[in-house]
Design a protein around this ligand. Sequence first.
Ligand code: AMP
Ligand code: MG
Length: 316
Amino acid sequence: MSAPLLPALDKTSLTHAATLLRGGGLVAIPTETVYGLAANAADADAVARLYEAKGRPRFNPLIAHVSGLEMAKRLGVFSELAQALAEEFWPGPLTLVLPKHRDAPLCDLANAGLDSVALRAPAHEAAQALLRELDLPLVAPSANPSGAISPTTAQHVLDGLSETIDLVLDGGPCPVGLESTVVAVDGDQATLLRPGGLARSAIEKITGPLAMAGDSDAPQSPGMLKSHYAPNAAVRLNATTRRDGEVLLGFGSIAGDINLSARGDLVEAATRLFAALRELDTKGAKTIAVAPIPAEGLGEAINDRLRRAAAPRDTA
Ligand code: AMP
Ligand code: MG
């Protein structure tokens, strides 16, 4: 049976979602980054079902979503720098990886048994309302089968997961459209684990120059698997023209079949990226060629996602 779809900001929908989540259910929720598949972070059975629904490899730790700093402090230990980052950027597309609090209400499966925890306060009104009503942290990886393109609309969620989840809250298209930026904070040291919806330059105003975690094969995070965000078609990067049998994803003056942003705006391009890859994928071309995207601002995260979409596919 296909999961029902309810309007996200309706009081009755939120109460229903909260009841499902308290009972161990899986609910897809809108956030400002992408749609998340939410489960109670303390409920090992619910989190196990979530891994199964996504077909996600078990070694990947999940992000615990909180209403704000107060709830976050039940889960993680905040250094001064971590607190400063949360105060500046929460709610918003920044995930902080911190030492796990001894009494964190988090099952081992949620953070893959690590002694660290990843925390984020989402800025979407519906996600906030749900977290405040529940007063429980929710793990919420992207609401799509593992490795596939992240969902930025409720319909994308239904396209991938409708049979395996309990409810989708429809909050319209995601305003940021890229997953959060992940930063590990150890005392006064910060490391960029994954570029994302908050530009590195904004974070560096507080942290100073950020080290980037080594791009090893060790799966530190789902977003760090080499092949991820992958359409069915192959992906060819830095394309300035369309070759035979290709569709072209454009940017700026390279119009393509879909242009991520005709005016060359990286924020607009980020918002459209995943939906555009999905749409081009439905055209049945063997390859999606992608125009060059500048590396500054959100371009760092866009290029990161595109490189992973273009990477050789795991056969597993
Ligand atoms: P996703 O939920 O798919 O947006 O991705 C979760 C991200 O959180 C991954 O990219 C990881 O980098 C990161 N993450 C979650 N928990 C941890 C942790 N304990 N240590 C390091 N990274 C983590
Ligand atoms: Mg994902």
